[in-house]
Design a protein around this ligand. Structure first.
Ligand SMILES: Cc1cc2nc3c(=O)[nH]c(=O)nc-3n(C[C@H](O)[C@H](O)[C@H](O)COP(=O)(O)O)c2cc1C
Length: 165
């Protein structure tokens, strides 16, 4: 999915992150809390997600507030990752400028030697959950008369509205 956040300079930014969980509470992904997205979410917890299925002519857009998942959830997911991914979470200072790939390779070797087969979850790495307050479903139809249905949280339920395409 594409994740959009907004920095303190009010400039939006997007990146792709995989969905790693979803339930009635929201949609979860995992990342580096010190990355650009992490810093932007620390300053402004509102974000937007987008999915596009070209063949189905469908788009889902989701907006809401983002919170960190519990340490237990982050630990459980981290433990399920392959070893090189767990080392990679230590080795990559995500979103920072680095002089060359050598930094990554050197870091991976260093943390690999330090943690061997059991790297702990880095304190700067974990999950976020977007708690949706708005969903929008777009379905392509003939003659550009597409369907757009928007669900907005209102009180205890959801307000359903049709938008012009
Ligand atoms: C298929 C795919 C999977 C990715 N998985 C993740 C992920 O699980 N977590 C993550 O932080 N970045 C992931 N990335 C990298 C992000 O798109 C992005 O480059 C990175 O998170 C840094 O973004 P930022 O500088 O805006 O914070 C993935 C990218 C692609 C294309």
């Amino acid at each position: 999915m594409t994740l959009a956040t907004v920095g303190s300079d009010l400039r939006p930014s997007t990146r792709v992150v995989p969905v790693k969980g979803y339930d009635a509470r929201g949609i979860v992904w995992f990342t580096n809390y010190e990355s650009r997205k992490g810093q932007e979410l620390a300053g402004n917890p509102f974000a937007a997600l987008q999915f596009h299925w070209v063949e189905l002519e469908r788009v889902v857009r989701i907006e809401g507030r983002v919170e960190k998942v519990s340490a237990e959830e982050s630990d459980a997911y981290f433990a399920s990752r392959p070893l090189d991914s767990r080392i990679g979470a230590w080795a990559s200072p995500q979103s920072q400028v680095i002089p060359s790939r050598t930094v990554l390779v050197t870091n991976a070797a260093k943390y690999g030697a330090q943690f061997m087969l059991n790297p702990p979850r880095p304190p700067h790495w974990g999950g976020y959950r977007l708690v949706p307050d708005q969903w929008q479903f777009w379905q392509g139809r003939k003659s550009r008369l597409h369907d757009r249905l928007r669900y907005t949280q209102a009180g205890g339920g959801w307000l359903r509205e049709r938008l012009a395409p």
